[in-house]
Ligand binder design. Sequence first.
Ligand code: OOG
Ligand code: MG
Length: 265
Amino acid sequence: MSNPTLSEADIESLAEVVDTAALQTAPIPMLTAATPALDLDTAYDVQRASIERRLTRGEELVGMKMGLTSRAKMEQMGVHNPIYGHLTSSMLLDDGDAISHSEHCHPRVEPEIAFILGEDLQGPTTAAHAMMHVSGICSALEVIDSRYENFKFTLIDVVADNASSSHFVLGNTVRSVEDLDISNLGMVMQVNGKPVQVGSSAAIYEHPARSLAALANMVAERGEYLPAGFIVLAGGATAAVALQPGDNVTLKAEGLGTCSLTVKD
Ligand code: OOG
Ligand code: MG
């Protein structure tokens, strides 16, 4: 734990606040309102402590995500810095699985590209170098669910809240790096058969591989790396869409087939 402005006990108690909000589906005020001393580095400590709580409950770390890597997402949320979060086994859904609306505060869905790492990836790295560590690429839908009231937050608050991570689905079509140029893939997200967001993988940090490299570089600053087998979500290509009970969501990504999820009450 790196920052002297908050004690380890303070970090633990903030982690408990965000973790409990998720467990109880009870939105909370932003942490920075009551704790103005919380800074970005310490917010990542809070995030990490909240993940430790999940691991203690038996969840496993399966990967990481980048967030706020497209202009559409930055503008929708009013936060203009890329961030990262952790993905655990309880967040991972199979293609076609359902989430329960009532177990979320205010869920939204967004279209993404996912990487599966074949080798450990240690920053500093670049897009090209990072891609050489990827064994598979697939489409993904991410369900985000901020634990903050009204889905409103600052950069520091969203980092402490594990970048709004809630659930994600990977498409079943897995392609290799040599096989598919992912620089500009068309992406269409449909809800109940209607296209609600249309975009391109190029919107994700100009190229999803740049997002992967940025993640490796950000975690390297904290002395960490991305281990082989990790799933990495590169970030939403478009703005996120609010989910309603009964919704059926499908992402069609060029060259990557489809992936879908449904929403029950
Ligand atoms: C923060 C998480 C952003 C993405 O793909 O940009 C994110 C949020 O919008 O709540 O997951
Ligand atoms: Mg996302």
